[in-house]
Write a protein that binds this ligand. Structure first.
Ligand code: KG4
Ligand code: ZN
Length: 361
């Protein structure tokens, strides 16, 4: 069975065809994965401009859908279902993909599946690696989100931690802007960091002093301990961004030399990666996770990938990441999450609407 996935929640217009293989170790196979990126359009503004994004989605969507079919060597009549991102995201952007998907499903009389964008990022892990050992703790880290999920069973996602302020990718983008490195910041900082001294600048790690951070001695698990642990797995990145701002202000307009810039980027990257992995591995311990997954745009980061695997080997917990092509927003992950829901018997009605702040589940 072939499913068409459609994604337009932010600044990528994407369509993909995913095949259901029936193989237990690799249930889904990517047949095509087409992305029309709007990065060049938004670069001049230093971030995504919602109105420009939705207008560009409108221009691109039909061509992207046709390309996805052509790349898969398939025709409209070969499709068995349509999956689309319902939210969260920019509502004007979401609407374009949703209406396109509805039109395809209605005209071909196919089931329509509405997918949560972050469920898509989580399922990108299974699309690339096959089923994860469960329970798994999954970090979704992107420009819009930094969230930790506990996956007790396939298709079940429980939010156990999230950022209290900026997402990690947002911190990358804002710091790159501060340093005059351009947009999007993640790939540039990743590149500039290479060869830098990651200990040259001592940047702060967040400390969350919520009362639930210390609910009792380790190993003691009172009734409701899972609830208390949920508060302990939160992130914060705004302090780190402010620390970089202070460093820039202290220079009084004096530019950073190339080696200084490499040192600063490497130090910033070390702080972000350290914060992400420390919390993720702590949570994996608390919840007895048999595996860890890391997905979303920032999971393309070379240091995050390398350090995660190294820490996993040390801790004896396997770490899974998606293929690079499945890290940033794409529709193959939406198709995979759609197949999961379809097989669980969940489809959407024709009245399904875009939801900018859709809860997972
Ligand atoms: O998942 P995604 O495409 O969109 C959202 O759902 O937000 O993630 C985009 C984010 C951007 O903030 C971008 O700077 C970041 O992912 N990113 C990276 C890297 N590649 C993309 N961050 C760090 N290192 C990278 N190599
Ligand atoms: Zn995303």
């Amino acid at each position: 069975m072939l499913i068409l996935g459609v994604e337009s929640s932010c600044d990528e217009t994407a369509a993909a065809i995913v095949e259901e293989t029936g193989a237990p170790d690799k249930p889904w196979r990517v047949r095509s994965n087409v992305i029309a990126s709007q990065v060049a359009l938004h670069r001049e503004w230093g971030g995504v401009v919602p109105e420009l994004a939705s207008r560009q989605h409108l221009r691109d969507i039909c061509g992207v859908l046709e390309q996805a079919l052509a790349d898969a060597g398939a025709g409209w009549r070969d499709l068995g279902a349509v999956a689309v991102t319902q939210g969260p995201g920019l509502v004007g952007s979401l609407l374009v993909g949703l209406q396109a998907a509805k039109s395809v499903a209605l005209s071909l009389d196919l089931p329509l599946v509405a997918v949560h964008h972050l469920a898509g990022h989580i399922e990108s892990l299974i699309l690339h690696n096959g089923p994860l050992p469960l329970p798994a703790v999954v970090l979704v880290v992107s420009g819009g989100h930094t969230s930790l999920y506990l996956m007790p069973a396939d298709g079940e996602y429980r939010l156990i931690g999230r950022t209290r302020d900026d997402a990690a990718g947002e911190a990358y983008d804002k710091v790159a802007k501060l340093l005059g490195l351009g947009y999007p910041g993640g790939p540039v900082i990743d590149r500039v960091s290479k060869g830098g001294n990651d200990r040259a600048y001592d940047l702060p790690r967040f400390k969350i002093t919520h009362k639930d951070r210390n609910p009792g001695p380790a190993g003691v698990r009172p009734p409701g301990f899972e609830k208390a642990l949920e508060h302990r797995a939160d992130f914060s990145f705004s302090g780190l961004k402010t620390a970089v701002l202070r460093l820039v202000q202290a220079r009084d307009g004096r530019p950073f030399s190339e080696p200084e810039m490499a040192d600063l980027c490497a130090s910033f990257q070390r702080a972000v990666v350290d914060a992400l992995l420390t919390r993720t591995f702590e949570a994996a311990g608390w919840f007895g996770a048999k595996s860890i997954g890391i997905a979303g745009g920032v999971s393309a980061n070379s240091r995050l990938r390398a350090d995660a695997v190294a820490r996993g080997e040390q801790a004896g917990v396997p770490v899974f990441v998606p293929a690079l092509s499945l890290t940033t927003d794409n529709a193959a992950m939406i198709a995979a999450a759609g197949l999961r829901k379809l097989r669980a018997g969940v489809t959407a009605g024709w009245d399904v609407n875009a939801n900018a702040s859709l809860p997972i589940g």
